[in-house]
Design a protein around this ligand. Sequence first.
Ligand code: 7TS
Length: 418
Amino acid sequence: MSETTGALRVPTRHFDVEAVRREFPILGRSVHGRPLVYLDNGASSQSPAAVIAAVEDYMSTHHANIHRGVHTLSQEATALYEEARERIRRFVNAASRSEIVLLRGTTEAINLIAQSYARPMLRPGDEVLITHLEHHANIVPWQMVCAQTGATLVVAPIDERGEVHAEAVEALMGPRTRILACAHVSNALGTVLPVERLVASARSRGIVTVVDGAQAVAHCGVDVRALGCDFYAFSGHKMYGPTGIGALYGREELLERMPPWQGGGDMILRVSFSGTTYAALPGKFEAGTPNISGAVGLGAAIAFLDSMDLDAARSHEEALRLHAEDTLGAIAGLRVIGTARRKAGLVSFVVDGVHPHDIGTILDQEGVAIRTGHHCAMPVMDHFKVPATARASFAFYNTFAEIDRLAAAVEHARRMFL
Ligand code: 7TS
């Protein structure tokens, strides 16, 4: 059972957090002489031993280039890479492996959609609709493709809680709206967006939907077919896997129609100087040697997630978040930024008289790792009229005692600046 300190409003459902923690070697280390409290999971989560072992096993015994060798190692590496794709497919419930493009992560996935789907399709005066709380990865690629095509970027508002109201987004869906691109969960505020309704509304108007699932995929339970979106992007390093690997789900019918966005090896059927024919999906979008060991690691991370009681893990994360809001909320001069009614496991905050970077530095001295800054969501900072926030983001391996250490360290930082 997990600890039950603090004023919990959500039961923790027989979640053995200590057993889970033992699977994550890094959680045993110290920082500045104090046991590490890792609360920067929104940036990158840590990997269990099974992921580290899978990558090591791949590198030690199977490593070779994929899809091209008749020799044993190449065939083994290819099988492992394609197994990872299959695990990812099942995890998000895509219909076919052709719909899972492996690439560097969310940023690359959204750039691929912008350049390969949107750029050939958008006409001057067309509109791309996003929301005010997007990560820069879901803003800048759209600004770039709008500049390239003469389309206009339209931004749906957020309210004072940091919520996105479906009616406000729907009001901006017009006859020229071609694409709706929105986060599933905000990385700066924790807001869970009403993606089910937004996707349904967009689809009924013939608008193509892109969901940035970077913050959601490990924490929400994603079923791309139930959601009905056209594209869903996510990163391995936010779901207990390695960096440099992620995936784009795309509806096959759309991916089929899209031209490749990078040319090179592995994405062709035949090349001659009179013309080139491209490989079938998803190879068409995977030019060059990919991050094979990363894919193997991501496959292992998903196997690890598959082995867990994810409902219990999610209730635990929710309980952690509520406990953090209670304990941090009791600190004088502390203001939580982002108070949406549906929130995922993170808390952004500012403290009167203490710059977030100073909070981050002082917390680090106490072994507590959080993220401070604009979180690559500068428009969100502008909206709340703050230059930056401190952000604690949770994973299922965090404990209530760690949240108490976070709160104590923030209180300590506040007192230093009195
Ligand atoms: N979209 C969202 C909602 C994100 O949170 C991030 C990364 C990205 C896109 C980009 O993902 P990448 O894997 O391609 O870099 N967010 C964060 C963060 O909150 N702190 O560091 C990275």
